[in-house]
Design a protein around this ligand. Structure first.
Ligand code: PGA
Length: 252
């Protein structure tokens, strides 16, 4: 049985004080509950402060990106071990904004995934089609190419430690949410890819989150789909009440 996993991707939002207040508020509201896995991914400069704010809670810390090299002359970049040093358990890799705004390729993402796993960080690897790709009937092939490229070379054991997030680009930050049936179809395709690339044990174990305008009002229906194991939440992760509402949706 895959435990639901709700992660908040704060992107480039909030001040230090707001980040700490949000993290503390969530830690307080979540209390001792462990039935749903929860993580928050603040901007990297606030990781340390947020780590302190959630210490003693069941909330895990995640980063939004990292570089694949372990150390050296890579101005502006952050390594896996640095993220672990400030308390990260997870790292989001290949988010669509990194793919399409910052130009990250599947090959670059794959290097990061490999480096994260080698260091013991758990990657949340994002895949998803753009609107024109969906309209051209290319959703399945785009997602398959990203799956194969971003996750190339992982052992079965490494694959089981990896979380996949299906995030249709047209649904991110737009208020347009994939219908539960649209999302479930892609999630089921991804699970089939896991089965054909690995085996049924791996396919049954890997958690596949949905992301794209998840809100308290649509969370329960999305998370009720058989192959949707959680949510990667942007906008609605910035308010305690909204994020808690989505966590409640995972319990429904
Ligand atoms: P959104 O973002 O919830 O604001 O659509 C999701 C994401 O990009 O991870």
């Amino acid at each position: 049985m895959r435990r639901k996993f709700i992660a908040g991707n704060w992107k480039m939002n909030l001040s230090r004080a707001e980040s700490v207040a949000l993290a503390s508020g969530l830690a307080q509201q979540l209390g001792d509950a462990t039935d749903v896995d929860v993580a928050v991914c603040p901007p990297s400069v606030y990781l340390d402060a947020v780590h302190q704010a959630i210490s003693g809670s069941h909330i895990a810390l995640g980063a939004q990106n990292m570089y694949h090299e372990a150390a050296g002359a890579y101005t502006g970049e952050i390594s896996a071990s640095m993220l672990q040093d400030v308390g990260c358990a997870y790292v989001i890799l290949g988010h669509s904004e990194r793919r399409h705004v910052l130009g990250e390729t599947d090959a670059a993402i794959n290097l990061k995934v490999q480096a994260a796993l080698a260091a013991g960080l758990l990657p949340i690897v994002c895949v998803g089609e753009k609107l024109e790709e969906r309209e051209a009937g290319q959703t399945a092939s785009v997602v398959k190419t990203q799956f194969e490229g971003s996750l190339a070379g992982l052992t079965a054991e490494q694959m089981q430690q990896t979380v996949i997030a299906y995030e249709p680009v047209w649904a991110i930050g737009t208020g347009k949410v994939a219908s539960p049936a649209q999302a479930e179809a892609v999630h089921a395709d991804l699970r089939k890819l896991l089965e054909t690339s690995y085996n049924s044990e791996v396919a049954a174990a890997v958690r596949i989150q949905y992301g794209g305008s998840v809100k308290p009002s649509n969370a329960a229906e999305l998370l009720g789909q058989p192959n949707i194991d959680g949510a990667l939440v942007g906008g609605a992760s910035l308010k305690v009440e909204d994020f808690m509402g989505i966590i409640s949706g995972a319990r429904a």
